[in-house]
Design a protein around this ligand. Structure first.
Ligand SMILES: Nc1ncnc2c1ncn2[C@@H]1O[C@H](COP(=O)(O)OP(=O)(O)OP(=O)(O)O)[C@@H](O)[C@H]1O
Length: 728
């Protein structure tokens, strides 16, 4: 049961209702008719020519070090590179279809000039296929592989439409609104918009706004002049729509009443449960007579049916589907020039194996590597370890960092010719770091789509790339989700990782670290290990339960504590373990935390710790299922998700008192529509919600000391980059 959320948005109009008294255009917009009218069967389809699916790669060279970079991928200049300058004429045609010259498109000379200055001369397939349709004003759903220029494919024709409209009859206010699921992507799209507008006169401008940046600054800029193109993340835009009044007292919402084009970039992400409500609310504030453009590299069936329902009854002839990917040819879903491989790590080798592999890769000083981890606490743990203990140059980027620092790190990695970025799924979609040579995924991605988007950070704009999926044995089943992709086992690397003993390189690095942790000399790392351990127990339990897998995941996670020198398994409070449903799982250190405390003082403090007034104990699973203030909200949301879920009524029965029933849920594989999908409320990352409640799990901001720790590490990276400095 897919809700026709766009229609409902129009009916419900919650934000508009909130603002109706102050909004002078409300009535006229409310009364205008919905423009979509055609059902899915009547879509016009512009099929793109078939893309070669053949695996063009030669025999695989299988050890980590042989995961080397071809010289053409490396740029010499490590200094600041202006955005996109790396593409110039070096970029090979992105698609096998015949590219046409931008000059042959009906583009404004000033836009052409900007393209030439960026070194862009010919269209990619998606750009060529969408240009005329978008200029004609039709709604378009566009799908093309990652890194094939979808951003320009909606920016160029939309700008052209706007420029023509302004020449005929100038309209005040925002003409084009682009929504993006992540901050970095929003900034990147805005930068690209700015670049192609730079030679137009001053009346054509762009602005970006996203969470974590100053709202006052947004308002100051909006008040000074309404931008022609506004790029925003849904949360920040919704905030402004609900509350913001510009200088002179005009509500911000008024500036959108002449909107001509709405773009949902990464459509499937924006339409999944984590964002759906925000998008619904935003749509209810926009004029219905507008053009809507939906773009992504992945459009799972569930999302397509949402779009179909939403566009039923359109009066605009429905939308045109421009599809550069063939469903029947799964290999066309990823970049043909990106070589993909996988290895499976045995339980006892997950940690040492993944560390060994990363250390080995970092020996290649020319590589530009992105490493994805399934959760933020692992990004932090591996960054701590590699940066502070192994002395490797690593950048760290995830949702628990301050926005300013996120932007700095993102800029640094964009401009670097080589380097390593450890990141969570905040970097999985859309972000365009030039010349990334390797994408390493440690652990399974949340879905097939996320795998494809992560992989798509390499092999962009016609370049080559390499992808390696490092799966713990307990997640081997994820390969079924990737069926059809050319993803062979890397035999030689697998042999190396199958060895019982870690490599000498790792032993030399890890030995002293484990010793320090054992004798309590590195408390920070110890805490980081405990955080990661506890987060992973919850993560794997939930993930495997969702898939109805009865794999023993405990040995894999316990190996972390063992390998890293902890003297005992990190304790998990029994109350919380019961809430999560892991209290009956053997092999975990489930403890009644109240028994560990020293009650003699009456405050229940741990022995040797400073006495503090007794409060609710803060444990590692704090908030996972039992935050008092969030509990009601949680139940209501679960109920809502249930009702909206196609699987409602089937399955999930957690026995909260007697522990979870691991075999009880049957959600199917499509997490974007199942009940768990709704748990992705920290919208930028696709980690499940149970990891996000409480700061440790990503919902709230981290405490200050955690932030400064990240800042310190990234500063250290900066120092190392300065000439004359060498890592300790
Ligand atoms: N016609 C072109 N010729 C050469 N390079 C291009 C062209 N169009 C875009 N590019 C470059 O290709 C890179 C990838 O473009 P873009 O980020 O728009 O890809 P995308 O398809 O949106 O990828 P994703 O699905 O990951 O978001 C950008 O750096 C962009 O400048």
């Amino acid at each position: 049961m897919h809700s026709s959320f766009l229609r409902r948005a129009a009916r419900k109009a919650p934000l508009r209702a909130q603002l109706s008294r102050s909004h002078r255009l409300a009535n006229s917009v409310e009364s205008s008719s919905h423009r979509h009218s055609v059902s899915s069967n009547s879509f016009t389809t512009t099929a793109c020519p078939s893309i070669s699916a053949a695996n063009t790669h030669g025999p695989l060279v299988p050890i980590a070090r042989s995961f080397s970079v071809s010289p053409e991928l490396i740029e010499d200049d490590e200094n600041d590179v202006p955005f996109d300058s790396s593409f110039e004429s070096k970029a090979e045609p992105v698609s096998p279809s015949k590219p046409i010259r931008f000059e042959d498109l009906d583009l404004h000379p000033k836009t052409l000039k900007a393209l030439r200055r960026q070194g862009l001369h010919k269209t990619t397939e998606i750009q060529e296929k969408t240009f005329d349709v978008i200029v004609s004003g039709k709604d378009v759903v566009g799908r093309a592989r990652t890194g094939t220029g979808k951003t320009l494919s909606f920016l160029l024709p939309s700008l052209e439409r706007i420029v023509r409209q302004q020449a005929k009859r100038p309209l005040p206010g925002i003409q084009m609104l682009v929504l993006s699921p992540t901050r970095e992507l929003a900034a990147q799209i805005a930068k690209q918009a700015e670049t192609i507008c730079e030679h137009h006169d001053a009346s054509i401008t762009s602005q970006v706004m996203f969470g974590g940046s100053s709202k006052d600054e947004d308002i100051r800029r909006l008040s000074a002049k309404s931008p022609t193109i506004l790029v925003a993340t849904p949360g920040r835009l919704k905030d402004h729509l609900a509350k913001t009044k510009l200088r002179g007292g005009n509500p911000f919402i008024d500036t959108l009443q002449n909107l001509q084009v709405l773009v949902l970039d990464e459509t499937d992400r924006l339409l999944d449960m984590g964002f759906r409500q925000d998008i619904q609310d935003i749509l209810s504030c926009l004029p219905r007579k507008r053009q809507t453009l939906l773009f992504s590299a992945t459009l799972p069936l569930s999302v397509r049916s949402v779009i179909d329902e939403a566009t039923a009854n359109s009066s605009n002839g429905g939308y045109e589907l421009v599809d550069c990917i063939q469903d029947e040819d799964p290999a066309s879903h990823t970049n043909a020039r990106t070589e993909q491989r996988h290895v499976v790590l045995p339980a006892h080798r997950f940690w040492t194996g993944s560390m060994e592999l990363l250390l080995d890769l970092m020996e290649d000083k020319k590589a530009k590597i992105m490493v994805f981890f399934p959760m933020t606490s692992l990004v932090q743990l591996y960054s701590n370890l590699f940066q502070l203990r192994f002395g490797r140059r690593v950048l760290e980027l995830h949702g628990r960092m301050h926005q300013r620092e996120r932007s700095t790190i993102s800029r640094r990695f964009r401009n670097a010719a080589k380097g390593v970025l450890f990141t969570s799924d905040v970097s999985a979609r859309g972000v365009d770091y030039p010349n990334v040579t390797h994408v390493i995924q440690i652990g399974a991605a949340g879905s097939r789509e996320t795998y494809i988007h992560r992989l798509g950070r390499t092999g962009r704009a016609g370049k080559k790339g390499q992808g390696l999926l490092v799966l713990p044995e307990i997640e081997e089943h994820f390969l079924q989700d990737l069926e059809g992709l050319v993803l062979p086992l890397d035999g030689k690397l697998q042999n190396q990782l199958d060895k019982v003993m870690p490599s000498k390189l790792l032993m030399d690095e890890l030995g002293p670290v484990a010793q320090d942790v054992r004798v309590g000399k590195d408390r920070k790392l110890e805490q980081s290990i405990k955080d990661a351990y506890q987060a992973m127990v919850a993560y794997y339990y939930q993930r495997l339960e969702d898939r109805n897998e009865t794999v023993d995941f405990v040995a894999t996670i316990n190996a972390l504590a063992q390998n890293m020198g902890l003297s005992e398994l990190p304790p998990i409070d029994s109350y919380r373990a019961r809430k999560i449903g892991i209290d009956d799982i053997p092999g975990l250190n489930i403890r009644d935390s109240w028994k560990d405390k020293d009650w003699s003082s009456g405050w229940g403090e741990e022995p040797g710790r400073p006495k503090k007034p007794f409060g609710k104990p803060i444990g590692d699973f704090e908030g996972a299922f039992d935050r008092p203030s969030g509990r009601k909200q949680h139940h209501e949301r679960t109920k809502r998700i249930w009702e909206a879920s196609p699987n409602a009524g089937r399955g999930r029965s957690r026995n909260r008192d007697g522990g979870g029933s691991r075999s009880s849920s049957r959600y199917g594989n499509d997490r974007s529509q199942g009940p768990r999908a709704g748990f992705r409320s920290n919208r930028e990352e696709s980690e499940p919600q149970f990891l996000k409640l409480g700061w440790k799990h990503g919902l709230a901001d981290p405490p200050k000391n955690e932030r400064s720790n990240t800042r310190r590490k990234n500063k250290a990276f900066q120092r190392w980059e300065s000439p004359g400095m060498t890592p300790k």
